[in-house]
Write a protein that binds this ligand. Structure first.
Ligand SMILES: [Fe+2]
Length: 246
């Protein structure tokens, strides 16, 4: 089965729509969303509605989703994220709040775990971006593959038996094989707020039979989202960040 794994939409409807169109043309059978539907962007309700409608969707909760429904303190966020979160909270519909409230922190399917942040303690919202952070997760879990989001950086860490952890060089379009004895941590990057130096959205295609993984990038109408952020009165920093991709 071909699965599109995606994360960190952050209320960016233009990026989400482009991702949906591109992935549908790639013959995706089902979707797994790794959290952060809302926060930062101007279309939280529309994005939640579209994500829920995707074929075979499984969703987990992100820290912004958790904050939006008051399960995590907004005062743990930086100034821009907090300002955008107050803007978001004032606009969420009862349907959106009900959907976000229903989300779980972790989704486990056989030997695969899907979570927003670290799979061993997803409620702590830890980052998983370095070899030492990957060591922490490999040591605390037994999953063959862990899919995560949260950092907005595409990443693949592989660990063969108890040997060294290899941070793979990520290349969009290249096929990585996740079979055999090695265990893996995959960060699919962000749909709606990339931070790795490009404004192109990022996701993964995962074939759970062949156990192959391909990172995907896509361009979308960034300037339209930027204009909507400005019209909404959201922080200017968030508009510029989308243009820069960092
Ligand atoms: Fe995020």
């Amino acid at each position: 089965m071909k699965i599109a794994v995606f994360a960190d939409v952050h209320a960016n409807l233009e990026a989400l729509q482009t991702f949906i169109e591109k992935s549908a043309s790639q013959g995706v059978d089902r979707y797994v969303f790794l959290g952060d539907c809302v926060g930062y962007g101007p279309n939280p309700n529309e994005c939640v509605k579209r994500i829920r409608q995707l074929p075979g969707i499984a969703m987990v909760m992100g820290n912004h989703d958790s904050t939006a429904i008051l399960k995590t303190s907004v005062y743990t966020m930086n100034t821009y994220a907090r300002e955008a979160m107050f803007w978001t909270m004032e606009r969420l519909t009862p349907e959106t709040i009900a959907c976000l409230s229903s989300l779980r922190l972790r989704c486990v399917e056989e030997d695969i775990c899907y979570a927003h942040s670290s799979p061993e303690s997803p409620e702590a919202w830890k980052y998983l971006n370095s070899t030492s952070e990957a060591f922490r997760t490999f040591s605390a879990t037994r999953y063959h593959i862990s899919f995560v989001g949260h950092t907005h950086w595409p990443r693949l860490f592989s660990r063969r038996k108890q040997a060294r952890i290899v941070p793979e060089k990520i290349r969009a379009g290249k096929s990585y094989v996740l079979g055999g004895e090695a265990r893996h941590i995959v960060n699919c990057g962000s749909i709606g707020q990339p931070r790795d130096g490009t404004c192109a959205g990022s996701y993964c295609l995962f074939d759970d039979t062949a156990r192959t993984l391909v990172f995907q990038r896509f361009d979308y109408d960034v300037e339209r989202t930027v204009a909507k952020i400005r019209e909404a009165g959201l922080p200017e920093f968030l508009a510029v960040r989308l243009q820069k991709g960092r």
